[in-house]
Ligand binder design. Structure first.
Ligand code: HAM
Length: 411
């Protein structure tokens, strides 16, 4: 038997219901914040990720699904969504146009990581990217949007925040950190020795315990931010306080992608095991320019959908639309006609064989229909239809002609 590849899962029935509920809820909230849907290809030139996510990152260094296509192009399956959206933003000349552009997306991402609970090789993200807003109010809005999404889904979280500085304060900090690492080079793990050469900041989120103990004494960028970064970070904290969003400042939060500057944040859950990050994001003001576009401030985030599925609490009733059935073979075509009249505005499921009323009610329950509509011998004779509202547990018989004119709400 051929099986799916390791770390790549099917999403079926119950899980899919949660998955779809998540996408619907998050999309609705993103639209309320003024974001528009964008779709970008799953396959992009490898160079796009090398230049944005960064050659020294684990994602680019170890985890890309990279290959040469039949035309000899070096391509890879997208490991994340931001780079593709930035490419689309530049390619469609929105950077030259100026103004504010806000996008959201959802879809599969691919990382060749070691699979375990919460860590897949094909996983799905819901992400948003905002271009053209320099103000830190937009960073606060991003965090509020994630908070709105998690609150709507009744998901508990802890928000971790840091500032990664900018081109004014980061280089000096990097030098100080390297000096510190040079002094302790024999005490740090081999990964950190490599990071010291390629991207020193990344040592701060090393998982090795003795490295972590040592880095508690390392210089902190947070204490050496330039005036502009410091004032933006203070404003961000003030906005979150005013909007009653709790946070923890985590000076070791550096994120695994190289494009961030200034605010960086991660949402974690204590209920899903070791892969606890459920969302991450931050500001990336240099990336558009870095990918040959016109300098444009930008900020965004992505939520990992699979990690949330077990946490989502679905509303009590998710019943929607109609289930139609006939109790007599002679009533089948009339039932189909009545059902068809609803399809322009409702979800409609039709049972094609005649069954007892009890069997139809079971069928309606199984497909989560709000209304069970049935035509039996008597209804056929009288030109009526029997309808039960499965939420309110009320039922009535109405004329078929009237039925075609009514909307669901009137029952
Ligand atoms: P990221 O932190 O790499 O950020 O991924 C965002 C979320 O995707 C994580 O918090 C996690 O929930 C989920 N995730 C990551 N890897 C896996 C995996 N192997 N299996 C399951 N879930 C996973 C980004 O991707 C950035 N593009 C976010 C961003 C958007 N920053 C600015 N704009």
């Amino acid at each position: 038997m051929i099986r799916s590849l390791r770390g790549m899962n099917d999403i079926l029935s119950q899980d899919y219901e949660r998955f779809e509920y998540f996408i619907d809820t998050a999309s609705k909230i993103a639209r309320r914040y003024g974001f528009h849907y964008i779709e970008t290809p799953l396959l992009e030139e490898t160079a796009l990720f090398k230049r944005s996510v960064g050659e020294s990152s684990d994602i680019v260094g170890k985890e890309m699904y990279q290959f040469t296509d039949k035309g000899g192009n070096d391509v890879c399956l997208r490991p994340e969504g931001t780079a593709g959206v930035v490419r689309a933003f530049i390619q469609n000349k929105l950077d030259k146009k100026g103004g504010i552009h806000r996008f959201f997306y959802h879809g599969p991402m691919f990382r060749y990581e070691r699979p375990q609970k919460g860590r897949l090789r094909e996983f799905h993200q819901f992400g948003v990217e905002s271009f053209g807003v320099k103000s830190v109010f937009e960073d606060a809005s991003m965090i509020m949007m994630i908070s709105d999404i998690f609150n709507a889904l009744k998901i508990g979280y802890t928000l971790k925040l840091n500032s990664l500085g900018d081109q004014n304060c980061m280089p000096e900090y990097r030098e100080n950190l390297v000096k510190f690492l040079d002094l302790h080079v024999n005490e740090i793990c081999s990964d950190c020795q490599r990071r010291k050469e390629t991207n020193p900041i990344r040592v701060l989120d090393c998982k090795n315990e003795s490295c972590q103990t040592l880095y508690a004494q390392a210089p902190k960028l947070f204490n050496n931010l330039c005036d502009s970064c410091k004032s933006d970070f203070d404003t961000l904290l003030k906005l979150l306080d005013e909007n009653k969003i709790a946070y923890e400042i985590d000076t070791h939060l550096v994120r695994g992608l190289d494009y961030y500057s200034k605010s960086a944040f991660e949402f974690v859950s204590t209920e899903i095991g070791s892969q606890s990050a459920i969302a991450g994001g931050g500001r990336y003001d240099r990336l558009v320019e870095f990918l040959d576009g016109k300098e444009t401030p930008a900020v965004g985030f992505a939520i990992g959908i699979e990690r949330l599925l077990e946490l989502i609490i679905m509303p009590q009733s998710r019943r929607e639309g109609y289930y139609f059935g006939a109790m007599d073979d002679n009533a089948l075509s009339t039932t189909m006609k009545a059902a068809q009249s609803r399809r322009s505005s409702e979800k409609v499921i039709i049972e094609y064989s005649a069954k007892s009323l009890k069997a139809h009610l079971k069928g309606a329950d199984r497909v989560n229909a709000r209304y069970c509509a049935v035509i039996g011998e008597n209804e056929l004779k009288d030109g009526t239809i029997w309808i039960k509202d499965l939420d309110k547990r009320s039922e009535k018989i109405i004329s078929l002609d009237k039925f075609q004119e009514l909307t669901c709400k009137k029952f």
